[in-house]
Write a protein that binds this ligand. Structure first.
Ligand code: NPG
Length: 369
């Protein structure tokens, strides 16, 4: 496959409600799409990050530069390209995994479309639909939180994740557990907001039957997570800390986590994400698919990954309406608490020109320049 053109579309979509985490509050999704035109087919992918480096060190503008000046030129130098060649072609560039992921994914989409295979088939998915969880932001009050959770459960979501931070942790968890009962699949996500000196406090979460505590400590603190793991009964899950299959192997060997949130962008793409899945499956470690407020473009590919056999916990694979009144693809809709895994060629959904036009704020050529 020969790449003829790579284009970056800066898009901005309003969120249906603000989404607050321990690292900030989002009111819109401000990101970019990559469109790769080849001699065989066209591919699309979505940059998972944000305009600000608050979740991780990468951000949209850094990814734009990394792609334009370092990643795209290396991939173009290959001549004939397949997605499996991308990782090695960009390996000498340190970091920039979210940027690498969007490039590899758009190329993979084009490649799979060119021979009519879905992401799900390519990755090895074993399910036609996946259970949907939802991530619930930090709220101003407990009644507001209980209302929000009741609304999501009414829609059919099968698992609730509460965002937590110091001052918004044990009480909201207790309130949700009390209101909705012991059968509710409930977990929390701290996005690195705590330190090991909070271990005694975090231990209080053990009373509430949580599936897991996600990323309580700093992303580079594997030792701290291992120590915390020994102090709390609730399984520790890592997100930000895991940027590769090697990280995953290290974290498991150190006892730093018992569950892994697999986000393809964070680890440099779907191929590395699948390696983490395989490693975890071989080690008997449950994984689940995280989300970064993706539009239908990113969500479609995540659903394919979430259908692999080792994804035994519901992911942050919510319906499009969780974030968007109007998505840029046909919306993903909940059906009995599940989402269908796209089975069409590539990511299996098309970008709709009308909605795309309404949210596109700029367009940049990455190749040819
Ligand atoms: O449903 O797509 C989703 C979002 C789930 O909570 C979610 N994502 O830390 O996992 C996270 C968080 C996030 C949001 C991370 C935006 C980065 C950016």
């Amino acid at each position: 496959m020969k790449i003829e053109r790579i284009e970056l579309l800066h898009v901005r979509l309003p969120l249906v409600g603000r989404f607050r985490t321990s690292f900030g509050t989002a009111t819109d999704r401000d990101t970019f799409l990559l469109r790769v035109v080849t001699d065989a087919a066209e591919g699309w992918a979505e940059f998972a990050g944000d305009p600000d480096p608050l979740y991780c060190s990468e951000f949209a503008a850094s990814a734009h530069l990394a792609l334009r000046d370092h990643l795209v030129p290396r991939v173009m130098a290959l001549g004939e390209v397949t997605a499996a060649m991308v990782g090695q072609a960009v390996e000498e560039i340190k970091g920039h995994r979210l940027a690498k992921a969007v490039l590899e994914t758009a190329i993979l989409d084009a490649e799979l479309r060119s021979y009519g295979m879905s992401f799900a088939t390519y990755l090895g998915s074993v399910r036609a639909r996946v259970p949907a969880g939802v991530s619930v932001g930090i709220m101003d009050s407990i009644p507001e939180l209980l209302d929000a959770v009741a609304g999501y459960l009414g829609e059919g979501y099968l698992r609730i994740k509460l965002k937590i931070e110091p001052g918004w942790d044990v009480e909201p968890v207790r309130a949700v557990r009390t209101e909705f009962g012991d059968d509710l699949q409930l977990q929390v996500d701290a996005n690195t907001a705590y330190s090991l000196t909070d271990a005694e406090h975090l231990r209080r979460l053990d009373d509430h039957g949580l599936l897991l505590i996600e990323q309580p400590l700093a992303e580079d603190d594997l030792r701290g997570h291992a120590a915390l793991s020994a102090l709390v009964r609730t399984p520790i899950c890592l997100d930000e800390s895991i940027t590769s299959a090697r990280d995953a192997a290290t974290a498991l060997a150190l006892g730093a986590c018992r569950v892994i949130n697999v986000k393809p962008a964070r680890v440099g793409g779907y191929l590395e994400a699948r390696r983490i899945h395989d490693l975890a499956a071989a080690s008997g470690v449950p994984v689940w698919c995280g989300g970064m407020l993706e539009t239908g473009v990113g969500r479609a590919a995540n659903l394919a990954l979430a259908a692999l056999p080792g994804f035994v916990l519901p992911g942050d694979t919510s319906a499009s309406s969780r974030y968007y009144a109007e998505d840029i693809t046909e919306p993903f809709v909940l059906d009995g608490g599940h989402l269908n895994v796209p089975d069409g060629p590539g990511i299996g959904v098309d970008v709709l020109p009308g909605p795309l036009g309404r949210v596109t704020v700029a367009r940049h050529d990455l190749y040819p320049l």
